[in-house]
Design a protein around this ligand. Sequence first.
Ligand code: ATP
Ligand code: MG
Length: 367
Amino acid sequence: MRLDNISLGDFRNYVNLQLDFDPGVNLIVGDNAQGKTNLLEAIAYLGSGKSFRAQRTAELVRFGAEFADIEGSVTAQERQQSVRWVLFPAHRPRMLYRNGAKKKTAADVAGLLPSVLFCPEDLQVLKAGAAQRRRLGDHALCDLRPNYDAALAEYHRILEHKSRILKDKEEDIAVLAILPEYNARLCQVGAMLISYRARFYDSLGKAAAKFHQQFSGGLEEFSLQYKTVSTVTDPFAPLDVLRSQLEEHLESHHRAELSSMQCLTGPHKDDFDVTLNGISLKSYGSQGQTRTAAISLKLAQRELMASQWGEEPLLLLDDVLSELDPKRQDFILNQIDRGQVFITCCEPGRFTKLGKTIHIENGTHVM
Ligand code: ATP
Ligand code: MG
């Protein structure tokens, strides 16, 4: 699939922008704070209905504007289709149109324009905290499996309710009566998350191992281990087994949860670890190894998406190439001989020979 063009109205710092894209590489060039990342954000939002950096939809609407408009023409499954989002700054729900017809949810455009984003923070993800790794895994999995996306949202809703119960009990001890019901739901939905994650991390790890091996000239064996709640003996086990193992862990932490007033156990604490030749990368990996492993993970994510949707997803490289030495840049660029790519950078430098160069200045396209 590819994005043929985009129009933005009052999106972030863009008042009005119309752009045609190259089916191959698009290089987005400009000084700092001109709108390069905003443009990638709009492209990613078009296909997913999600921002990779905003907390609230309102942030996407240009300051003072009544609404933001993102529209794009997509060539997917060999036909041209259009997607349009209208976003509001206040509580009004956003609107989505596919080929002019109003749609209800982002699931109505799932698979039409999937994308994989790679930014400098991702290069450090294997050394960072668990929350950052979880976010990376969850984003990728949500893009692959809309049902996982729904289950994850449900899990977080229940978790939020449960947190409130644990805090409110200080004022009204009677609220604890509904805690078992929430715990039961948490374990039920939590089991689904673990089951999805076990399969996803297994495929991701295998695909990444292949890239990492190529890159290290066969010297380093990459392996990824998914880590979840300690009572879960096999994350591939049937859902009812996972559920009862989660319940077991919850029960053993019941008192600790009451006294700390926090949800201490469950897949919201999951993580994954990468080892190279059996040695933990998080604890012992060098800078170069960490970066190479992160690149392998991203390329693996792209490969899983391609096999899920039958076409190469868009690859969005936000400032990432300029962070890398020429050897690693070449490794990425050599892997992207197929599919459409959007690369942002401040200095076009050595990439100018690729595809189309788009200069962005203060939210406008300069010719
Ligand atoms: P860098 O090279 O530093 O990464 P960039 O070109 O990627 O820069 P962006 O992050 O795309 O920059 O754009 C940042 C600019 O957009 C900032 O000046 C910010 O104030 C502006 N901006 C962000 N959200 C809005 C909004 N809702 N309305 C108006 N302007 C906004
Ligand atoms: Mg940027």
